[in-house]
Design a protein around this ligand. Structure first.
Ligand code: DP6
Length: 326
């Protein structure tokens, strides 16, 4: 009853920020992401009669905030399997945790896939989507490869997630500029809830989002990089404008984040196929065509405050590495 699964984090080009139902963790907006091959979360789950409660070790230490969400996912899996055993969960990332690199996405994708494998469940992909979403709204996207759409519109009250473009069809690359490895002060969960409650711009964000999503999806269909650059940067800056307009304000950028944004805009103005996106943290992700990656990496590394860069190609969805039966 032990299984190990791996998942890559993902980065949204058209973003999720805000919930329509906190209990079921339903996003108020759909989203479009790319799965980041090169970065990994590895999660091992063991269900055992010896345990008196669920236990989580994240990069070697207990994590109370992730605990509750983990138990929600485990409860769903236990219900499917008809068992009441507790589980020990050990999860490790090979990239900075909790600093806007979507570690909760890869974490809950790997947890769901490992848990289902340990309990010998063969669940439909959209059931894995539902269970992983209870952990984190961005997690379903890490179950899938390449360009991924999380659709909230076609089945009200549910989320449907799927690949819209396999990695080989449009091999985009992503260079992450790490500007801080400190854990962020306000989590995405808390930040998006306070934006909903206390920003005058929240309705404008939700109301204008479907058009951004439709535009982003059509850029993937047409492989139109420059149009994708335009809508993705717009959507990112709109999310941060919403965050900044929240009371109290949420300002996720560092001076280096802003310097990276300006450098990427300048590169694109000079004809280099690159654009940026930034999540709820100070790291900048530069999305580019393969021929531009060397120049983009070199430019980002020259910016004061950039601690390191991480190279990603588009990766596959979460997968089982090993299963050990009792
Ligand atoms: C800015 O998925 O971490 O990265 O559902 O509360 O766990 P919860 O939120 P989470 O939020 C992600 C926010 C974002 C944008 C995105 O990934 O779409």
């Amino acid at each position: 009853m032990r299984a190990t699964a791996l998942a890559h984090p993902n980065v949204a080009l058209i973003k999720y920020w805000g919930k329509s139902d906190t209990k079921r963790n339903l996003p108020a907006t759909g989203s479009l992401s790319v799965t980041l091959g090169g970065l990994h979360t590895r999660t091992t789950i063991e269900f055992s009669k010896q345990l008196k409660q669920d236990q989580l070790l994240l990069d070697g230490s207990a994590d109370a905030a992730a605990d509750l969400r983990m138990v929600r996912c485990l409860d769903e899996l236990r219900q499917h399997a008809g068992v009441s055993l507790f589980a020990k969960v050990e999860s490790a990332n090979d990239f900075p945790t909790g600093a806007g690199l979507a570690s909760s996405a890869s974490g809950f994708a790997a947890l769901t896939v490992a848990g289902a494998a340990a309990l010998d469940l063969s669940l439909e992909p959209q059931e894995l989507v539902r269970i992983s979403r209870l952990g984190s709204g961005s997690a379903p996207r890490s179950l899938f490869s390449g360009g991924v759409w999380l659709d909230i519109a076609s089945s009200p009250g549910e989320t449907i997630c799927s690949t819209v473009s396999e990695p080989a069809r449009w091999p985009l690359e992503v260079i992450v500029a790490v500007t801080s490895i400190e854990k962020k002060a306000v989590s995405s969960t808390a930040g998006m809830e306070s934006s909903r409650a206390a920003s005058p711009y929240f309705d404008g964000w939700v109301g204008s989002h479907p058009q951004d999503l439709a535009d982003g999806l059509s850029c993937f269909t047409d492989k139109n990089f420059m149009r994708l650059a335009d809508v993705a940067e717009h959507n990112c800056l709109k999310m941060h404008a919403l965050a900044m307009s929240t009371r109290p304000p949420l300002l996720y950028w560092s001076p280096a984040t802003l310097a990276c944004m300006q450098a990427v805009m300048k590169l694109r103005a000079d004809g280099i196929p690159v654009f940026f996106t930034v999540d709820a943290g100070p790291q900048l992700k530069a999305v580019c065509l393969p021929e531009a990656s060397a120049i983009v990496r070199e430019r980002l590394q020259s910016i004061p405050g950039v601690l390191q860069t991480l190279d990603c190609t588009l990766g596959q969805g979460a997968w089982v590495e090993s299963v050990v039966k009792a």
